[in-house]
Write a protein that binds this ligand. Structure first.
Ligand code: ZN
Length: 445
């Protein structure tokens, strides 16, 4: 079934100092998911450095979301921050909601770069093609993917301080292509950091994980065909990652001021990071809610629950980064570990983290650089080992009713088609769990 424009009503328009925007309400007549399309008429990426006007815009946007949330309380229709809704999950008996955007990859990226920028496109293509272990392509049509808000429409207060977790100056420098040479070198992309396509896809990736968070909250599990940018800290990018989508989204799902109450009662978020590299950047966001007053007393004088962010990193000890950070739980594995030993450690450590921290929401970084022939990783997992890992982690959460967002994380191979096959696994295993637990019948109102 395809979504179509059934009701296109101009709800909000105004002239800002640099922006002229319209906010549209975009609703399908046959299915019940209202979605939001924020159309930008004249904004360019250069005007994005005007943070003041952005913040004005965001205030208005969030007021709108709040109002819509009130209007929708009596329905089963989640509001989604999406630029195009995919296949209605309540009609989808085959796979979980999957977030993707064609601009996750772009063609002007150097083909010999260690970071395989085309892998996002190839992973989506892989999901659209029939594989031998499935009776049909996992995703029937490109129209079935959910598209995130883009560089011109994502609210920046989701990302930058004081409401988001990212340093405002760093974000502004990145958006305006004015990072220093040293900052670009540490990211690993050097002058490529100034490519408009890279800036655009970096924000798409973050808003993709945010959209997947909404979908997982409503339907139990959702995946993003990107994400897992786990080396980035609040004030710098590192190791091929620029904006830490895991930390940004952890704050977003816990902070009802940001998500307008569309996601509620999430007090404890756990990141399960199974990329071969330590999630050092994510670990550095341990105190997401320090010094912003949240968790003290709300507008009605009631005390809010304490918000807590936990990280479990299961990585190869000798891999990057040399200088490790301190996660809530760190499991540093020896080189050349194979499927069997890895799985035993995985089960023990994930069980411990879930039992001790009782998370309300989980982000799962399903990096495939644990693969035995990965260019960068030093472990020895097979594809079957990765498949078993992904299925177990996702089912562990879903079976207990903990919403889980799967992101693809790292993976490095000159053969990008083979790499895409491995990145497809987390989506396929989420779909297995989706079918096993009939999750299309269990949407949260
Ligand atoms: Zn990695």
């Amino acid at each position: 079934m395809q979504f179509r424009k059934a009701c296109l009503t101009t709800l909000l328009s105004w002239n800002g100092s640099t922006n002229h925007k319209l906010l549209y309400y975009y609703q399908h007549s046959k299915v019940t998911i209202p979605t939001i399309l924020i159309a930008t008429l004249t904004t360019t990426s250069s005007s994005l450095s005007s943070m003041t006007s952005i913040h004005n815009y965001l205030d208005r946007t969030n007021q709108y979301l709040q109002q819509q949330n009130q209007n929708q309380r009596d329905t089963n229709s989640p509001i989604l921050p999406t630029s195009r809704a995919g296949l209605d999950p309540t009609d989808n008996r085959f796979h979980q909601p999957i977030v993707y955007h064609p601009n996750y990859s772009f063609k002007s990226w150097p083909t010999n770069h260690t970071f395989p920028m085309s892998k996002f496109y190839h992973t989506a293509q892989c999901l659209l093609q029939k594989q031998s272990h499935l009776p049909r392509p996992l995703v029937r049509s490109n129209q079935d993917f959910f598209y995130p808000l883009n560089v011109n429409t994502i609210p920046y207060n989701w990302i930058s301080k004081p409401t988001g977790p990212i340093d405002e100056q760093f974000l502004e420098s990145f958006l305006s292509s004015s990072l220093t040479y040293e900052q670009q070198r540490i990211i690993g992309f050097r002058e490529l950091c100034t490519y408009p396509e890279l800036i655009s896809r970096t924000l798409l990736e973050v808003s993709g994980t945010i959209l997947a968070s909404h979908l997982a909250y409503s339907y139990g599990v959702a995946t993003n065909v990107a994400g897992g940018t786990h080396h980035a800290t609040t004030s710098m990018g590192r190791g091929y990652t620029i904006l830490n989508d895991l930390a940004i989204c952890a704050k977003y799902v816990m902070d009802e001021r940001l998500n307008c109450g569309l996601i509620s009662d999430v007090d404890r978020v756990l990141v399960i990071d199974c990329d071969v590299h330590q999630g050092d950047g994510t670990a550095s966001f341990e105190n997401l809610f320090d010094n912003d007053g949240y968790g003290d007393v709300d507008d009605d004088g009631e005390r809010k629950g304490k918000k807590e962010f936990f990280t479990l990193s299961i990585h190869c000890e000798s891999n990057y980064p040399k200088q490790k950070a301190k996660s809530t739980y760190d499991i540093g594995l020896p080189d050349d570990l194979g499927d069997h030993e890895y799985f035993e450690i995985l089960v023990d450590s994930v069980n411990l983290a879930i039992e001790e921290k009782r998370p309300d929401f989980v982000f799962y970084d399903a990096g495939v650089d644990v693969f035995e022939h990965d260019v960068l990783g030093r472990l020895k997992l097979t594809e079957n080992g990765i498949r078993k890992r992904d299925r177990w982690v996702i089912e562990r959460c879903v079976s207990e009713g903990i919403p889980i967002v799967g992101v693809i994380g790292g993976g490095y191979d000159k053969d990008v088609t083979a790499l895409a096959r491995r990145h497809a696994i987390v989506h396929e295993e989420a779909a297995y769990v989706w079918r096993k637990y009939n999750l299309w019948t269990k949407a949260k109102s």
